[in-house]
Write a protein that binds this ligand. Structure first.
Ligand code: NAP
Length: 252
């Protein structure tokens, strides 16, 4: 576990100035908060998500914040195929010429079910969105990340990706996988030195996914996504230069 104190971190107002950052699942929850927070610190954010109307809302919020104008890139990750990924890459190449940051945030919960009854199709969907897509997207975007002087890739993990828990099935296994993917990428990129990869565990957070997993829980007892942004900002910006292959907990 990395040694970082989110409470003591004071990100500069222009921390992400001139950086181009793609956030997956930017329409709600942690992705929305991260996109707004990155933009507020000067980044040009590419808002990816499944639901266009949610992305348009976040776009409007970022413009109202007087942050740099974002871009919108809707894509259903359950249905996307090679041409969709290449089209996204080509668009980023044409519009910006490079990618400084990539936050793999989109994810699905699947069902909370014992392995004995876990539906195989649901298993495959969760593994696809939560693990295979971050691999594919990273692979496709590596040349653009290579064009940046200080590129950062951040993968979203979970507490159940470190210690398995009953009934969390594919979700837990996909998060174990994401930590492995982050470490393999970090190790491969270390020699080049211009790309770092780390995994972030937000911890229990007031979002739609958390409410689906714990319907009886009072959402007001949970931290808001916005309160976890110091760790996201640290990992996306120059203050974490040289930090790679690590895992971070937003809540201690
Ligand atoms: P959320 O509000 O449900 O956000 C998930 C995002 O993923 C949504 O924007 C959703 O887009 C997008 N997404 C899901 N399926 C997609 C698909 N097929 N194609 C494209 N986009 C898709 O949940 P969240 O809590 O913010 O989750 C963000 C990340 O944090 C996830 O990786 C989650 O595993 C992780 N996490 C959350 C917690 C927590 O307590 N909340 C704890 C640990 C880890 P649409 O809204 O358009 O469907």
């Amino acid at each position: 576990m990395a040694n970082f104190d989110p409470a003591g971190y004071q990100p500069a107002q222009n921390l992400l100035e001139d950086r181009v950052i793609l956030v997956t699942g930017a329409g709600s929850g942690l992705g929305r908060a991260a996109a707004r927070s990155f933009a507020a610190r000067g980044a040009s954010v590419i808002l990816h998500g499944r639901t266009l109307s949610k992305l348009e809302r976040v776009y409007d919020e970022i413009v109202a914040d007087q942050s740099p104008e974002p871009a919108i890139a809707p894509l259903n990750l359950l249905k996307a195929s090679a041409p969709d990924y290449f089209a996204l890459r080509d668009r980023i190449q044409d519009d910006y010429g490079r990618l400084d940051g990539l936050l793999h945030n989109a994810g699905i919960l699947g069902t909370l079910t014992p392995l004995a009854q876990y539906d195989v199709n649901t298993w495959a969907e969760v593994m696809h969105v939560n693990l295979t897509v971050p691999f594919v997207l990273t692979q496709v975007l590596l040349p653009l990340l290579g064009n940046a002087a200080d590129a950062s890739v951040v993968f979203t993990s979970s507490g159940v990706g470190r210690r398995g828990r009953a009934y969390w099935g594919a979700y837990a296994v996909s998060k174990f996988g994401i930590e492995g993917l982050s470490q393999v990428l970090a190790d491969e990129a270390e020699e080049a030195g211009r790309l770092r990869a780390n995994a972030i565990n937000p911890g229990r957070t007031r979002t739609g996914m958390r409410a689906a997993a714990y319907p009886a829980e009072d959402p007001n007892s949970l931290p808001a996504p916005e309160s976890l942004m110091p760790t996201y900002l640290y990992l996306m910006g120059p203050d974490s230069r040289g930090v790679t292959g690590e895992t971070f907990d937003c809540q201690t």
